[in-house]
Design a protein around this ligand. Sequence first.
Ligand code: GDP
Ligand code: MG
Length: 714
Amino acid sequence: MHTIAIAGNPNAGKTCVFNMLTGMVQHVANYPGVTVETKEAVVRLGNEPVRIIDLPGTYSLTAYSADERVARDVILQENPDLVINVIDASNLERNLYLTTQLMEMGLSLVVALNMSDVANKRGQVINVSQLARLLGVFVVPTQAHRGVGARELKEACLDVLRGELPSRPKHVTYGHPIATLVMQLADRIRADPNLAPAYAPRWLAVKLLEGDPEVLERVGREAADFRPIHSALRAAKRELSEHFREDAATVLAEARYGFAAGAVRQCLEFSRETRRTHTDMIDALVCHRVIGPLILAGAVLAIFKLLFLIAQESAWIPWLGGQWFSPVGAFEQFFAWLGSLLTPLEPAHPLLHSILHDAVIGGVGGVLNFVPLIFTMFVLISILEDSGYIARIAFIMDRVLKAFGLQGKSILALIVAGGLGGGGCAVPGVLATRTLREEKDRLVTILVTPFMNCGAKLPVYAVLIAAFFPHSRGTVLFVLWLSSWCIALGAAWLLRRYVVKGEQEPFVMELPPYHLPTLRGMLMHSGRRTWLYIKKAGTIILGVNLVLWSLMYFPRTPDLSAEALAKAEAGPEAEAQAHLAGSAAGRFGRALEPVSRLAGFTWRENVALLGGFAAKELVIGTLGTAYAMDARDAAPARGLSSMLQRDPAWTRRRAVALMLFVMIYAPCMPTLITIRKETRRLKWALFATAYSTALAFVLAVAVYQLAGLLGWGG
Ligand code: GDP
Ligand code: MG
């Protein structure tokens, strides 16, 4: 016999729905063993006998009150085949809070949207099919006291019980880092042979994080092995309280309120009801169709300004700004000083000197120089995240991004990767896609995230802009920023059409209540992301640098071309250049030259771009070597700029083609590793490399050739 349980807030109309379904009540009884009244009846639905249980009315399923505990325990013990969630339509948001918890329990669900007459009278029009799509369950409008909707509700229940109507409730996505912790804990639970079949692992994970004492006791009793779960739980709780300085239960409740608020905003088409809370009032403005985007533009502009104020003036394009103290400048000077310590080594051990000076200090230092900028950027982003505003950005941008095959939440990944003009990093960007539930949306987001102008691409732009566009720096940077977005959105659109096909499903965009970000949370968040960047410098970049260095250093007795030999006689710098031309990397670059010429790249750019496959930070350093820069110059980039400027072979269109290519081509090695990890497929990492390099080449050639035809940029 099937069992149906009726759940809902007090006074939502559960008893009326119960009577409406049972008609003649055959059996009414107090639920055995509990003091709170629970009615139960056996009726015929279709041709089958079905047991219907009327649960006590509750606002939530936490363990705070006796009613809630009874409702929850009945659900756990009876394990109903279906739950009818009676919702008071005139109080949609508050009622949906319970719905989020029912959805999380992994139960089959049908929503009775009751009191629809009251809602209508208040001027509220609810888009029922939209609500159904958002929740992933069947929604039937009812007026239970008059029996309106009885037939539809019965039919919906029967269809679900017979398995004819899919009812796959969606669940709340908790933002970063809760989502990850819930997932990890749920994985532990899923691995337990006793718990996995009995409970929805995700629900159990959430309950454990909330600190529900009875659930904890239950898990302790029933788990085959409690220890791994317990230690994962302890670690998760510690991380949560460190991050939010609030207990986990509050944090999770807020995420659910965010879900309810977001759902209401997406399906309440018209409402005369006056708004109540601060969050509601702010949202009325911030999510407004016209004012919202204006506020967003203002916020982005403010971040730009703030970032530049903190990091740029004398920092991120150090040779453009004044001589003020800047954190980036201090890092640069430190590494230059470190390099100069090695000078005595050079005459006696040129090889060792070259390894330490060029590969180790040069490579790692070039990356670490950008740490202050990256950190500042991440602090600003975490303010957006922790205050709750980023959820509103996702909300506002969802419609636009959907048109391109992404979704509102993709915006976080794109922003973290450098979408606000530069200074991000694609590695945490790809990790940020974890809050996207839909696998296809997530994959597309991952594949376009590396197009953003991350901190590593900025030095390339800075050098070329200083050389060729000294009077329109801001404009060119703006165009580059705009291009990165156009390319990311265009690529997303194409990928959706031809590679990652499939319909986009609607889902709730959570609107959690606003918060003042805590200093601690901000620092932890940004610190962790910056650490990923630093780690990259010390591991992958260092390693690849050594490989590249040797490719550029050996073989030492090269088959120097006549041109190179002529130059070699001209001086020590030209000699170094001649050596590079004859090295393995140099030969590779020269072999590619016939093709790369189409985009205006010589073998020197080819070698530099080869380095950039490992990490874009390496492009400028390698280019400097290729142009025989004096490596002892404290700010080699500045020298490179003026050298390129004086070189008659270098034109503006060549510079533009190179910047475009660097923006688009293959994600760096750490990003590829992250893509492989996050998609669990090597295929996608390889695909990302191939398609973006192809795209980069096509666009660079197009721009270079077109500019040539039009006679622009020399
Ligand atoms: P419960 O606490 O969830 O069991 O709610 P009840 O079924 O006892 O209903 C509470 C009150 O709401 C009763 O006075 C019902 O007559 C009334 N009610 C139930 N459904 C509707 C409805 O759809 N429209 C209106 N206007 N009133 C309803
Ligand atoms: Mg009742």
